[in-house]
Design a binder for this molecule. Structure first.
Ligand code: SF4
Ligand code: SF4
Length: 418
């Protein structure tokens, strides 16, 4: 990837409209921890200023939430700028040994579903033992974020549509999603098939590369992207459906990412054009399966990589609001990130905890029964933050509420209609 494009840098007119939506600026009020300040630092770097510890700290503190992209009236493509900046930082900036070790641990594990699967029984046994081993603080932070692990739930590699077949879709299983949120994948398959989709979910499929991309590990991200394209290409699907916001946003960007590789550019663009968040796809398809009442109050949290990065805000709300019995409540400061941001809560635990507490307070203030969102990272982060403030709440993915409605059960699995 090239260095940040100076023409994109120059599009910033320093108006400051983005500042109130930037989580780090909201927390600390520091110019250099705002989008405008970071763009200023990028400009300095472009003018020859060498990367300093301070500059890298301000770039590292950015959550990549893209709230600034939504807020900017001048159309500044901060997403492209920070991606290129991070990639440059990874290439040029020597990190401390401890930081490198943590990166090796995270990137040796999270984008590898088979490794996560091997680790899962150990993590489950650890959770059930209620032991509290003295782990290094950031490893302990990782462990605390895990949802309570039950038996592993997997989905078949092919599930035919129920009733009249309306489409054939591929499904991304995800890495963390597949191993720690198998119920969400199972609910996604049930909803898609109930709405008339054949679902193809190849068992052998790798990471989409989102985490690597957002952390500046460009070569790794590109190689994950190519493998995923090659997996789905022969399946002849109408859409590739994704139920994790961070993954969907990276996959929609494959055309851009691989634009300079002649063997891949067209294939990547064709693949990206088929990628849909599951809520987007269901709204596009239109409902056919009957909805049963689910009497529950729902606070819907916009995952940043769904709302800001993909611009998908109305589809999940539309799906939820169409379920009889569901009362939808909005969360104050909806545009501000919960602090999850991929692996941000592992690398920047203090800032993530502050943002998590702020989000949890706003969620609790809704008085809702269930917090619903569309990203495994947000589910883990908000669950932990709600527990920390002593207001635990049920959490679910959008498709789990929809699934409960289609199956005539409430969101806890209890039958409420027939
Ligand atoms: S991506 Fe988010 S954290 Fe980073 S500068 Fe933009 S608003 Fe701030
Ligand atoms: S990024 Fe956009 S909103 Fe923020 S200061 Fe620059 S022009 Fe203004």
């Amino acid at each position: 990837m090239d260095s940040p494009d100076p023409t994109l840098i120059d599009q910033c007119v320093h108006c400051g409209f983005c500042l109130p939506t930037c989580p780090t600026y909201v927390l600390w009020g520091e110019e250099m921890d705002s989008p405008r300040g970071r763009i200023y630092l990028m400009a300095e770097g472009h003018d020859g200023e060498p990367l300093s510890d301070a500059m890298v700290t301000h770039f590292d503190r950015c959550l990549g939430c893209m709230a600034c992209v939504t807020a900017c009236p001048s159309g500044v493509q901060y997403d492209r700028l920070i991606e290129a900046t991070r990639s440059q930082v990874e290439r040029r900036f020597p990190r401390m040994r401890r930081e490198r070790a943590l990166r090796s641990l995270v990137f040796g594990l999270f984008p590898h579903p088979r490794r996560l699967r091997r680790l899962r029984p150990l993590l489950r046994a650890y959770q059930r033992s209620r032991l509290s081993l003295p782990l290094p603080s950031r490893v302990a932070a990782m462990q605390r974020l895990l949802p309570p692990l039950g038996p592993r739930v997997s989905v078949p590699s092919y599930t035919p549509a129920r009733g009249v077949r309306r489409a054939r879709v591929g499904m991304l299983l995800g890495c963390v999603q597949r191993e720690f949120f198998g119920d969400v994948n199972a609910a996604t398959v049930r909803v898609l098939t109930a709405e008339g989709c054949d679902v193809v979910a190849p068992e052998v499929q790798g990471c989409c590369g989102a985490l690597s991309l957002h952390m500046g590990r460009e070569d790794e991200a590109l190689s994950f992207a190519k493998r995923l394209i090659a997996t789905f290409e022969p399946l002849s699907v109408d859409a590739v459906v994704v139920n994790a916001a961070g993954c969907g946003s990276a996959m929609k960007d494959y055309g851009w990412l691989l634009r300079d590789e002649p063997d891949w550019a067209a294939r990547a663009a064709a693949f990206a054009a088929k990628v849909r968040d599951v809520s987007e796809w269901l709204v596009e398809l239109g409902p056919v399966a009957p909805r049963h009442p689910v009497p529950v109050t729902v606070a819907y949290h916009d995952a940043c990589h769904l709302a800001h990065a993909q611009g998908v805000r109305s589809a999940p709300r539309e799906l939820l609001a169409a379920i009889p019995g569901v009362e939808l409540r909005e969360i104050e400061e909806a545009a501000i990130c919960c602090g999850s941001a991929g692996v941000y809560n592992i690398f920047q635990p203090e800032a993530a905890a502050e943002l998590g507490a702020r989000k949890a307070a706003n969620v609790a203030a809704t008085g809702a029964d269930v917090l619903v969102t569309a990203n495994p990272g947000c589910l883990m982060q908000i669950r932990q933050a709600l527990a920390d403030r002593g207001t635990p709440m049920r959490l679910a993915h959008t498709v789990e509420i929809l699934d409960a409605s289609l199956r005539a059960v409430d969101d806890t699995g209890k039958i409420v209609a027939s």
